[in-house]
Design a protein around this ligand. Structure first.
Ligand code: NAD
Length: 269
């Protein structure tokens, strides 16, 4: 798909990898609806990008809002042919927490609700909208890119909920890609390793005080020993660069693409 023909909905677009994706798509001549529940950062970003971007406040786990937002983007842009789902939260909760008891089930369910159900909501609504998007020379009508994680296949201690949510994202890719082939829609996921962003745990659902994605790289990063190559943490732009290639390259379909510099997580840091 040609990048200047992209009309996208990007969830989690106010920060980190979603934000870098929004900026890259706009720079390539696309139009983007930014979805996030961080209103301040989302509005600030949309304002900085001009007329081809706008912001919608939403919790991605809300299916009615997903329907409303994707329909709205279709109306505003004429069609929607790309969905990138980056909204996500982390969780560092043990099955047997040090303070006693067990992993709170509400936390477990909330992580799945945002990372897996939220991804599914926008995948479904995006697919529906794409059936009415114009096709290109390959009769391609849309591209869906979901954000997974290296943790899906190698979660650390405390990542039971997070790893379960991301392996769910991975598992959906092939069956949905196979189904949507009929209507010319490709479905892929990208599984990053460690990227410098503002990712927050589910139990602090408000913005972090410091914007790490705007800070210089820390030469004393405690995770540096685990880097293979390159010897640095990933950048949000490493992710957005791959998103652009997945959109451009029609043969990438039904895949979970690693983006981790060969890093493997140790059981804990
Ligand atoms: N940073 C990493 O090292 C890393 C590694 C692998 C995967 N990921 C995944 O990448 C994706 C993007 O995360 P990031 O690292 O850019 O973090 P980030 O926190 O900078 O961006 C995530 C965005 O999602 C939004 N969000 C969270 N819950 C939401 C909800 N319920 N509704 C709407 N918006 C919501 C946040 O407000 C934030 O703007 C996530 O799915 C994350 O799990 C991150």
């Amino acid at each position: 798909m040609k990048l200047d023909q992209v009309h996208a909905v990007v969830t989690g677009g106010a920060s980190g990898m979603g934000k870098a994706t929004v900026q890259a798509l706009i720079a390539e001549g696309g139009k983007v609806c930014i979805v996030d529940y961080n209103k301040e950062w989302g509005e600030e970003l949309a304002k900085s990008l001009g007329a081809n971007a706008y912001f919608e406040f939403a919790d991605v786990s809300d299916p009615a809002r997903a329907e409303e937002i994707v329909k709205g983007a279709k109306q505003k842009f004429g069609y929607v042919n790309v969905v990138v789902t980056c909204a996500g939260v982390g969780s560092g909760t043990r099955v047997l927490p040090r303070g006693g008891g067990v992993f709170p089930l509400d936390t477990f369910k909330r992580v799945l609700d945002i990372n897996l159900v939220g991804t599914f909501n926008y995948t479904c609504q995006g697919a529906l909208a794409m059936t009415e998007a114009p096709g290109n020379e390959d009769d391609e009508h849309g591209v869906i890119i979901n954000c997974s994680s290296l943790a899906a296949s190698g979660g650390q201690i405390g990542q039971a909920a997070y790893a379960a949510s991301k392996s769910g994202v991975n598992a959906m890719v092939l069956p949905i890609a196979r189904e949507l082939a009929r209507v010319g829609i490709r479905v892929n996921a990208i599984a990053p390793g460690l990227i410098s962003t503002n990712i927050i745990p589910v139990d602090m659902e408000n913005r972090p005080k410091v914007r790490r994605d705007e800070m210089p790289e820390d030469p004393n990063n405690p995770m540096a020993k685990d880097f293979i190559f390159p010897k640095r943490q990933g950048r949000a732009t490493d992710f957005s660069s791959l998103v652009l290639e997945v959109i451009r390259n029609t043969l990438i379909n039904g895949a979970v693409l690693p983006l981790d510099g060969a890093i493997r997580f140790s059981p804990k840091w």
